[in-house]
Design a protein around this ligand. Structure first.
Ligand SMILES: Cc1cc2nc3c(=O)[nH]c(=O)nc-3n(C[C@H](O)[C@H](O)[C@H](O)COP(=O)(O)OP(=O)(O)OC[C@H]3O[C@@H](n4cnc5c(N)ncnc54)[C@H](O)[C@@H]3O)c2cc1C
Length: 317
């Protein structure tokens, strides 16, 4: 079997899961990631004093047997634990990004490179970043990024454009709030609260599991509130969210740390309905949670399906 060089754009769970299959089958994989490290929407942020915030997925559930088998390997590796009050939900003791770091161990990851375009050649596909710098020619490229970003990079002539055209993803503002002492102790695990800031909207407040210094909470604003405040500055968002958090926690203590992050593409409206797609003519394929759903398991399912499919296809080439 010939060894295929594969570029994967996006070091989230979907891209890294596809990478595992390709590496195991002996292919040469390079992962390009626009951020400083792997994780994507399973990222973790730490403060100078050691508070920890999972500001994308805070935990995840398991529905399928196939994912349960993978989750068992993460349990065996001491990466994850069930939440005390919700044992069907798992969190990562060292932060959710540790799962993606674990999967990246044997991979060639090129961080802080935002892939911008792909140029198709007869025998390869060339990858360019947003400064028009070429990062080389590959036998195949996987786009493991949210649907709207996929659309921007896909060549116009690829038939995959048609498939992703109607996939929309919703944004979410999240706020991270750290307190030097324990607050909200009446609900030691985590809770969800509804705010009356907006009549139809709800805010989710989650205590960061595994945080060992003071208290750390992540507030996820609702869909409509986010939409209405989408282009506001992070400092405005913190100003608006702080009273909501303090009221929900029944504390007049002000946070020692607060930070807002806007996820432009947090959750898909309506998933694509198929776990992944391949354009063999252009040597490109696509995967990501949005193909099948809106959670960690969906991202894994999509990357797993694509990794297996490509290993089979490359073995026939
Ligand atoms: C606020 C929030 C809360 C959530 N809560 C939960 C939860 O409680 N439970 C649950 O199961 N799921 C939850 N999710 C969903 C879960 O986080 C995602 O389903 C999953 O992480 C998606 O993984 P992915 O690999 O498909 O995409 P991503 O994690 O988005 O990975 C894509 C990667 O591609 C990179 N990238 C994008 N464009 C480029 C480019 N041009 N060049 C290079 N790199 C690029 C990004 O930086 C990112 O690292 C939540 C998500 C959010 C945003």
């Amino acid at each position: 079997m010939a060894r295929t060089s594969v570029a994967i754009v996006g070091a989230g769970l979907a891209g890294l899961t596809a990478a595992q299959h390709l590496i195991a089958a002996g292919h040469d994989v390079t992962v390009f990631e626009k951020s400083r490290g792997p994780g994507g929407r399973m990222s973790t942020r730490r403060t100078d004093v050691g508070q920890k915030f999972d500001h994308g997925a805070a935990h995840f559930g398991v529905a399928s047997e196939a994912f349960a088998a993978v989750v068992q390997t993460w349990l065996d590796a001491d990466l994850i634990r069930p939440r005390d009050a919700h044992p069907s939900l798992y969190f990562a003791s060292a932060g959710m990004s540790s799962i993606c770091r674990h999967l990246s161990q044997s991979l060639k990851i090129v961080p802080q490179v935002r892939i911008h375009s792909l140029v198709h050649h007869d025998d390869s596909i060339e990858v360019f970043d947003d400064k028009q710098t070429s990062h080389g020619r590959f036998g195949h490229v996987i786009l493991a990024i949210p649907a709207p970003q996929t659309r921007e990079i896909l060549p116009r002539e690829s038939h995959l454009q048609q498939a992703v055209r109607h996939v929309h993803m919703q944004p979410r503002w999240v706020g991270m709030f750290g307190f030097t002492s324990l607050v909200g102790t009446d609900r030691p695990d985590f809770f969800v609260t509804h705010s009356n800031l907006h009549p139809d909207d709800s805010f989710e407040i989650i205590r960061s599991a595994g945080n060992e210094v003071g208290s750390a909470f992540v507030v996820q604003a609702g869909r409509q509130w986010t939409q209405g405040h989408l282009e506001r500055e992070p400092s405005d968002i913190i100003e608006l969210l702080t009273p909501i958090v303090c009221a929900a926690l029944h504390t007049d203590q002000l946070p020692n740390f607060s930070y807002a992050h806007r996820w432009r593409y947090a959750f898909v409206d309506e998933p694509l309905g198929t776990p992944c797609l391949v354009d063999r003519d252009h040597r490109i394929s696509i995967c990501g949670d949005w193909c099948v759903g809106w959670n960690v398991e969906a991202a894994w399912q999509s990357g797993d399906a694509l990794g297996r499919l490509l290993v089979d296809q490359f073995s026939l080439d």
